[in-house]
Design a protein around this ligand. Structure first.
Ligand code: HEC
Ligand code: HEC
Ligand code: HEC
Ligand code: HEC
Length: 203
C-alpha cells in the first residue's frame, strides 16, 4: 500500500514537471494548429510554380536537405502517416502528395497569393508594402519560429535535433545571407584599401 502511494506521488510530480516546464512549446503548437486550419481555405500548387519568378531562391532551396528529405524515408516509412507528415508539404487539389519540404510548407498554400495580380513586380514596384499586405491576406506566411517547430519538435520526430530558429532561418534558402556576406566582403575590402592607402601616404 505504501509503495503504491509513493509511486502515485512520484508519478504526479513527474507529470507536473513534464507539463509544467513546457508551456512555450505547447503554446507554439496550439498557434501552429490554428494556422493549419486557416490554410485549409487555400490550395497548394507546388514549388515549380514559384520557380519561374523566384529562380535564385529556388536554386538555393534545392541545395538544402528540405528539398530531398522524402527520399530519406524507406519505402515502408513512406507509407506511414506518422512519418510522412513532416517529410512532405501537402496535397495538390487532385490529391497528389507534394513530397519534401517545399516553399509552401513554410509560406502556406500558394494558389491565391502567387496570382500575378498580387505577386507582380511591375504593378507594385512603387508600393511593395501594399503588395505584401495583399499577399498575406491571400494566405502568404512569412514564417517565424512557430511555423518551423510544427516539424522541428521532439514529438513524433525520431531524429530530433535541438532547433534554434534565429540561427537556422538564414539557411532555408541562403540567397539573402549570401548577398549580405558579399556586401560585407566588399565593405571590408574597401576599408582595407583605405588603410593601405593611408599607410602608403604616411611613408
Ligand atoms: C508571377 C511571378 C511570381 C510567382 C509565380 C510567385 N511569386 Fe512570390 N513574388 C513575386 C514578386 C514580384 C514579389 C515581390 C518581391 C520581389 O520583387 O521579389 C514576390 C514576393 C514573394 C515573397 C516575399 C513577400 C512579399 O509578398 O513581398 C514571398 C515569401 C514569395 N514571393 C513566395 C512565393 C511562393 C512560395 C510562390 C509559389 C507558391 C511564389 N512566391 C510565386 C513574384 C512571384
Ligand atoms: C514532427 C515531425 C516529424 C515526424 C513525425 C518525423 N520526422 Fe523525421 N525528421 C524531422 C525533422 C525536423 C528532421 C531533422 C532533424 C531535426 O532537426 O530534428 C528529421 C530527420 C529525419 C531523418 C534524417 C536524419 C539524419 O540525421 O539525416 C530521417 C531518416 C527521418 N527523419 C525519418 C523519419 C521516420 C522514419 C519517421 C517516422 C517514424 C519520422 N522521420 C517522423 C521531423 C519529423
Ligand atoms: C523551411 C522553410 C522555408 C522554405 C522551404 C522556403 N522558405 Fe522562403 N522564407 C523562409 C523564411 C524563414 C524567410 C524569412 C522570413 C523573414 O525574413 O521574416 C523566407 C523568405 C522568403 C522570401 C523573401 C525574401 C527573402 O529571401 O527573405 C521569398 C521571396 C521566399 N522566401 C520565397 C520562397 C520560395 C520561392 C521557396 C521555395 C523555392 C521558399 N521560399 C522556401 C522560409 C522558407
Ligand atoms: C514540414 C516540416 C518542416 C518544416 C515546416 C520545417 N522543417 Fe526544417 N527540416 C524538416 C526535415 C524533415 C528536415 C530533415 C531533412 C533531412 O535531413 O532529410 C529538416 C531540416 C532542416 C535543416 C537542416 C537542413 C540542411 O540542409 O542542413 C534546417 C536548417 C531547417 N530544417 C530549418 C528550418 C526552419 C528555419 C524552418 C522554419 C522557417 C523549418 N526548417 C521548417 C522539416 C521541416
Amino acid at each position: 500500500m505504501r509503495k503504491l502511494s509513493i509511486i502515485i506521488v512520484l508519478f504526479t510530480a513527474l507529470a507536473f514537471l513534464l507539463t509544467g516546464t513546457l508551456p512555450a512549446e505547447e503554446a507554439a503548437k496550439k498557434e501552429a494548429e490554428k494556422e493549419d486550419k486557416k490554410e485549409a481555405t487555400h490550395e497548394y500548387v507546388g514549388a515549380k510554380k514559384c520557380k519561374g519568378c523566384h529562380k535564385d531562391v529556388h536554386a538555393a532551396w534545392l541545395e538544402t536537405e528540405h528539398a530531398t528529405t522524402f527520399g530519406k524515408l524507406s519505402a515502408e516509412e513512406q507509407k506511414k502517416p506518422e512519418c510522412v507528415t513532416c517529410h512532405i508539404t501537402g496535397k495538390l487539389a487532385d490529391g497528389t502528395v507534394i513530397e519534401n519540404v517545399e516553399c509552401e510548407a513554410c509560406h502556406g498554400p500558394g494558389k491565391d497569393f502567387k496570382s500575378p495580380k498580387i505577386m507582380n513586380k511591375k504593378k507594385w514596384a512603387a508600393d511593395p508594402e501594399k503588395q505584401k499586405k495583399l499577399a498575406l491576406e491571400a494566405g502568404l506566411i512569412m514564417p517565424d519560429e512557430k511555423d518551423c517547430v510544427r516539424c522541428h519538435t521532439k514529438e513524433g520526430n525520431t531524429n530530433f535535433k535541438e532547433f534554434k530558429f534565429a540561427e537556422r532561418k538564414g539557411e532555408v534558402h541562403a540567397v539573402k545571407a549570401k548577398e549580405e556576406a558579399k556586401e560585407e566582403a566588399k565593405e571590408e575590402a574597401k576599408e582595407e584599401a583605405k588603410e593601405e592607402a593611408k599607410e602608403e601616404a604616411g611613408k
